[in-house]
Write a protein that binds this ligand. Structure first.
Ligand code: NDP
Length: 479
């Protein structure tokens, strides 16, 4: 398909909206509830700021560990006093290496092979696990895509090989990731930019589904927030599912293991803080893969278009900034008191419980169309209607009981509690590991606002009825 087809789809949507094709239930026209069609100056400024600063921010947080023992203020003080210059900091940082490029190429290729060539068998023997071919959510144009869910299997195979290497084969050192960390940053950036640029060009030249493309007319916004909704190569290589889950999230636990191995190598022991970070984040990662089919119904897959935000974010931001705590602990091996460790563990586990139970309640409720039991009772809900871009009328339900009756996004609250626990595991010596909780708070509050704006456009008056019934977003009585 050509860009002309994509443009025609855009024009058709514009006609639909100007014809007032929306249902009586929605205030906005049909299919207008996905990512924005028009970009305001505030969003555009934020997009350009992020495009210009995010790669340097990632470099900064990794570099300060390499050169300043993870002190965030020291390089700034040195720059201010003239003791260091941007050039001298840059010169001291390790550069691109072909060894790192080889490691990264093998890594990404291996994940592509696992994703594309090894159909899931784990769902055949793991009770309760939903793997294999699964349906995604309805797209704004009214399509339902199919996905091969085999992330848990890929994670298990990758980690089994990692373990076998560390214990028996010794093909490479378990500290290999840490030892090549900044050169790997170069490689991930190359892939992140390449994939985002490819997706951008592909959207004009050969989009997978032109009806689900969105062009705002602003090149920066289109590049960052994406044009295509579900870009694919062939029938099964889905960019969103692969890049979001595989090179980044499978790597997350391996990166942490590499940090633990480095602590062992440097100090002869692994601290309880490192064990806590490894365990709590492994629970989160395993939860993600165990629930990969559920993940098809989350905002990343159902609503976000694939651009730099997801492409570069998955390749660079996620593996480097979600693992800052382990990196910090390599340079600052904090041994926590028993009380501190117990408090961190409790906060992490309670956060995980709230996060998982809230997500589970919505999933169960939606799967059974409300015919289930939530906290021992039949759930209460608000009936809603909306239209997709093809003009089709659909019905949905918004639950008003269980965790979804306490606040509109308690799953985010649980996520934030878990995030705080990872940071608190690093003690209070530096602010470096706390960047994560600041970032997650901004991400999830912004996501909350973005999601509610979309839901309000999608459901109109019905969304207002829901927010009247459940007035708070993250913290009952406060926000
Ligand atoms: P949600 O799972 O909360 O999904 C929001 C959608 O759920 C809404 O758009 C709406 O979709 C539907 N919905 C909203 N209210 C109700 C209700 N009362 N009853 C039924 N359905 C409702 O959001 P996300 O997809 O953002 O997050 C999923 C999880 O992933 C969260 O736990 C979050 O913390 C986590 N996450 C983690 C990130 C990380 O980087 N670690 C990043 C992003 C998310 P519909 O149009 O179908 O009605």
């Amino acid at each position: 398909m050509s860009s002309a087809v994509a443009m025609e789809a855009t024009r058709r949507r514009q006609r639909l909206s100007s014809n007032g094709g929306a249902s009586e239930m929605t205030e906005d026209p049909a299919g207008q509830w996905g990512r924005a069609w028009e970009v305001d100056w505030f969003s555009l400024s934020a997009v350009i700021l992020l495009l210009c600063t995010a790669p340097f921010l990632v470099f900064f947080f990794v570099m300060v560990c390499d050169q300043y023992q993870c002190s965030v203020s020291q390089p700034l003080v040195e720059l201010y006093s003239g003791e260091a210059t941007l050039g001298s900091i840059w010169d001291k940082a390790p550069s691109f290496t072909w060894a790192a490029a080889q490691i990264y190429t093998v890594w990404v290729s291996f994940q592509v092979v696992l994703y594309m060539c090894v159909p899931d068998i784990t769902h055949k023997f793991l009770p309760g696990y939903a793997g294999g071919v699964q349906d995604g959510a309805r797209t704004p144009a009214g399509l339902i895509n199919k996905y091969e869910i085999n992330g848990l299997q890929s994670w298990l195979i990758t980690h089994a090989l990692w373990y076998a290497n560390a214990q028996y084969f010794h093909w490479f050192s378990p500290t290999i990731i840490f030892d090549n960390w900044i050169p790997l940053l170069w490689c991930t950036n190359i892939l992140g930019y390449a994939v985002s640029t490819f997706a951008f060009v592909k959207a004009y030249l050969f989009p997978t589904n032109a009806e689900d493309c969105k062009f705002t007319g602003n090149v920066f916004y289109n590049y960052m927030m994406g044009i295509e909704f579900n870009p694919r190569i062939g029938k099964w290589f889905d960019f969103k599912l692969f890049f979001n889950g595989r090179p980044g999230i499978v790597a997350w636990t391996l990166i942490n293991l590499s940090y633990a191995a480095k602590q062992q190598e440097l100090y002869g022991y692994v601290t309880n803080s490192m064990i806590l970070v490894n365990v709590l984040q492994a629970i989160y990662v395993l939860d993600f893969f165990w629930n990969e089919a559920w993940y098809l119904k989350t905002i990343d897959i159902c609503h976000d278009h694939f651009g730099w935000y997801l492409g570069w974010g998955d390749c660079v931001w996620l593996p480097f900034l979600y693992t800052l705590q382990g990196l910090y602990l390599v340079y600052n091996p904090v041994q926590l008191s028993t009380a501190h460790a117990a408090a961190v563990l409790l906060l992490g586990l309670v956060g995980y419980y709230v996060f998982r139970s809230t997500n589970h309640q919505k999933d169960l409720f939606r799967r059974t169309e409300g015919k289930c039991s939530i906290w021992g009772k039949k759930p209460t809900f608000i009936e809603c209607a909306y239209r997709s871009g093809d003009g089709g009328l659909h019905h949905s339900k918004l639950m008003t009981s269980g965790f979804w009756g306490v606040a509109r996004h308690l799953n985010y609250t649980g996520d934030l509690m878990g995030s705080l626990a990872y940071c608190a595991a690093c003690g209070f010596g530096h602010i470096h590991p706390y960047f994560y909780i600041v970032y997650m708070t901004i991400l999830l509050v912004h996501r909350c606002v973005r999601d509610e704006h979309r839901c309000s456009s999608k459901y109109g008056k019905d969304w207002k009825r829901y927010t009247d019934a459940v007035p708070y977003r993250l913290l009952p009585g406060i926000f």
